[in-house]
Design a protein. Sequence first.
Length: 103
Amino acid sequence: MKTIKLTRKQAFELSIKKWECIVENDGDERIVLKKYPRFKDYKGDCPLCELYSDNACKECPIKPKRITSRFGCSNKTHPWSIWFDNSNSKNAQKVLDLIKSKQ
């Protein structure tokens, strides 16, 4: 997979756009991928993953600091993991709020 060059600001702006769309569509990510197919080009369909997934997501701003394992967002207590297990607007909003709080 080809690496896409993004700045931190771009990764946050695109991630916010993605999650706003997911929130607006009752937590359904498929709508985003249909509406904005370019997200499929990012690692994990995520601009933040595209920028930070190398080095075990160590520098990812939304990875919990207490999680030392790879892919902190897949930890059961992380908002993304909660949304993934129960995709709805409420859980998607928690991911969006987290992203906005870390930009």
